[in-house]
Design a protein around this ligand. Structure first.
Ligand code: NAD
Length: 256
């Protein structure tokens, strides 16, 4: 029997919008969790912990903090509850916990739930395949609001991974972040990242391929974080009843 959607981080900026988008989609919000003392989205039931939320929901939509990921992975896998994970800033250990959970439950993990950014990710892979490392330097520039705690953004890293994948290299081996001081010349094949923080910018990403005779850049600007919330609820409705596995927003959008 269908139970409904639970929200982890229901007092947060995204959590509040997610609660609204559950209602807009005509789905059932069973409740949410947040840190002790937090005020949840209006009208939402606050549950004591992730285990209680996992038991109450068919799918948990999680926009919290990377430090919560291993415990959430374990609780959701134990309960057999699907997981839509939007939290960014995950370490390799956190990502390993996500992969382990995906062996037992359906997980949609996406650094960005907007349709436009997912199209950009697909185009990034195409550009990486067509424009070789020897001729085109790749730089990824992102800007976000001053409250954002991780850098570069999960979306920027996702764009870098897409280019690296197309070039047949591991992003970790070619990544250059936050250049400062006497850095030496740019390495051929490096993928550079620059993160700007300020004001209330919802999210801007530019992917630049700089060649000797031409530049090509793709830019995405999100004006309202509701685009992420509606995408995540779309993913929550899509993932219900799917077999265990790790899915992305590209699967939800039918882009592969
Ligand atoms: P926020 O700080 O406003 O909200 C996070 C909420 O999670 C807070 O209310 C906090 O108290 C709660 N929280 C933190 N740790 C928790 C825990 N262990 N258990 C329960 N609740 C906990 O932040 P935000 O802007 O809503 O973003 C949340 C996360 O989502 C960030 O990682 C952000 O980068 C990411 N994000 C992803 C997308 C996407 O499309 N994937 C879009 C926007 C934001």
């Amino acid at each position: 029997m269908t139970k409904g959607i639970g929200i982890a981080g229901i007092a947060g900026r995204m959590g509040r919008l997610l609660a609204e988008e559950v209602a807009a989609a005509g789905a059932t919000l069973v409740g949410g969790i947040d840190r002790p003392g937090a005020t949840p989205a209006p009208g939402a039931i606050l549950l004591p912990d992730i285990a209680a939320l996992a038991a109450a929901a068919d799918v948990v939509v999680d926009f919290t903090h990377a430090s919560a990921v291993p415990a959430h992975a374990a609780a959701l896998a134990a309960a057999g509850t699907a997981w839509v994970l939007g939290t960014t800033g995950l370490s390799a250990t956190d990502e390993a916990a996500v992969h382990e959970a995906a062996e037992r439950i359906a997980v949609v993990y996406a650094p960005n739930f907007s349709p436009g950014v997912n199209l950009m990710l697909a185009l990034a892979e195409r550009m990486g395949a067509v424009l070789p490392a020897e001729g085109y330097d790749v730089e990824i520039v992102e800007m976000h609001h001053r409250q954002k705690v991780d850098a570069p953004s999960g979306t920027a890293i996702g764009l870098g991974r897409a280019v690296a994948r197309a070039r047949g290299v591991d992003l970790a081996a070619v990544r250059e972040s936050g250049r400062d001081g006497h850095t030496g010349a740019r390495r051929t094949g490096a993928i550079g990242f620059a993160a700007l923080r300020g004001g209330q910018v919802v999210g801007e990403h530019t992917l630049l391929f700089a060649g000797a005779s031409e530049h090509i850049a793709l830019t995405h600007r999100a004006f309202d974080r509701r685009v992420f919330a509606s995408g995540a609820i779309r993913a929550a409705l899509w993932v219900q009843g799917r077999p265990a596995g790790l899915y992305t927003m590209m699967d939800v959008l039918g882009m592969r």
